[in-house]
Design a protein around this ligand. Structure first.
Ligand SMILES: [Zn+2]
Ligand SMILES: [Zn+2]
Length: 377
């Protein structure tokens, strides 16, 4: 695009240009094109797809952001099978892209011609992390009422609104994951008492919706509000990082003989017990399962809670991180190969307790492998 390009190109040229740039993932080209032409890119190709839909399908976060910033409508579609931009986004498997679309008003309830939502299509193609982003999403505007009800000042609101929104949208409520997040978003620690009260208010509001209560969301808000109560103890602490690290270690400490994270299990079972809406089917199911499970056996409380938040997954092929509960933990302890971690940071955090059990885990694994060989022979 040169200086002498007409300000508003003819429709054909314009269409060909933007679709070609998106196909070629030419971020700079698109940036220049949008600056030069100042065209709102709501247009359709022969398949009824918008440039944004093509960009979403190709997983191009930066291109999607550019198009949205220039007025692209996230819900526009004339696709023959009524796929929305969110359907294409979830097929790309890119979590940040899916979140971007939701933040800009993508409708998660939109269905294609065979009645499938984006979340269902994502599960079908195995993009579970992206599905989790959709299933755990709540619009930022859902915080308006609670902020007003709690008379939150503009200044405090500016500090806690976005961190709270991200916190509520998480699909992993492992205490260490939440504490890690709060450590980065320190306003959640400084204002922990208030944040806890707002979350509790939101939980009660969710359960008072006539006939259509979102029990899973209410339960998540309940768990998070309890963590905020814990975090409020760090408010007055001189050295907040030290206080938070001690809290994380308390949750991760393993006990004899097998390294069970006993404190965490007992804490979460108590939090579940305190959920005020005991009659909800989800809670009946969780409580029933835990009643039959000894502390130290599987499933653990955190596994059960996270699997409810993310829709029970039938085909799990990875162990969650033993330090923070994240699903995509691809690293293993190099010695015992029995526990999974996200990365070296999580491994380092949990080493203080794992080092006591690593040798035992190694022996157990070798014994189990020998058994297996013997049986096959
Ligand atoms: Zn981790
Ligand atoms: Zn080990």
């Amino acid at each position: 695009m040169g200086e002498d390009t007409p300000a508003v190109p003819s429709a054909d040229v314009e269409e060909a240009m933007i679709f070609r740039l998106v196909r070629e993932k030419d971020v700079e080209g698109i940036r220049r094109y949008l600056q030069d032409s100042n065209v709102v890119p709501i247009q359709y190709d022969g398949e009824g797809m918008t440039p944004l839909q093509h960009a979403a399908y190709r997983g191009g976060y930066e291109i999607c952001r550019l198009l949205i910033d220039h007025g692209a409508d996230v819900n526009a579609t004339k696709h023959a099978h009524k796929y929305s931009t969110l359907h294409f986004g979830v097929m790309s498997g890119k979590c940040d892209l899916v979140r971007l679309l939701l933040d800009h008003g993508a409708d998660p309830t939109a269905k294609n011609t065979v009645g499938k939502t984006a979340s269902e299509i994502g599960a079908f193609v195995g993009n579970h992390d992206a599905v989790s982003v959709i299933n755990n999403y709540v619009p930022l505007s859902s915080l308006d009422g609670p902020f007003k009800a709690k008379k939150v000042t503009a200044e405090v609101r500016a500090a806690i609104e976005n961190p709270m929104h991200d916190l509520i949208c998480t699909g992993n409520v492992h205490p260490v994951s939440v504490i890690n997040f709060a450590e980065k978003q320190i306003s959640l620690v400084v204002n922990a008492k208030l944040v806890g009260e707002i979350l509790e208010y939101m939980m009660n509001r969710e359960m008072s919706v006539d006939g259509d209560a979102n029990t899973i969301l209410a339960f998540k808000l309940h768990v998070l509000s309890n963590y905020e109560k814990l975090l409020s103890t760090a408010c007055s602490s001189e050295d907040k990082s030290k206080h938070l690290l001690a809290l994380k270690k308390k949750f991760l400490t393993g006990v004899e003989p097998d390294g069970t994270q006993e404190y965490m299990e007992k804490y979460l079972r108590e939090v579940i017990r305190l959920f005020p809406f005991v009659q909800s089917p989800m809670i009946v199911s969780i409580v029933g399962t835990l009643a039959d499970t000894k502390i130290g056996d599987h499933p653990t409380a955190i596994t059960l809670i996270n699997s409810h938040l993310n829709g029970q997954r039938m085909f799990k092929n990875s162990e969650p991180c033993v330090a923070c509960g994240a699903e995509s933990a691809s690293k293993k302890c190099s010695k015992c190969k029995s526990v999974s971690y996200c990365d070296a940071v999580c491994q380092k955090l949990e080493w203080f307790t794992h080092k006591r059990f690593c040798q035992k885990f190694l022996m157990d694994r070798l014994a189990a492998e020998a058994d297996k060989k013997f049986t096959i022979a």
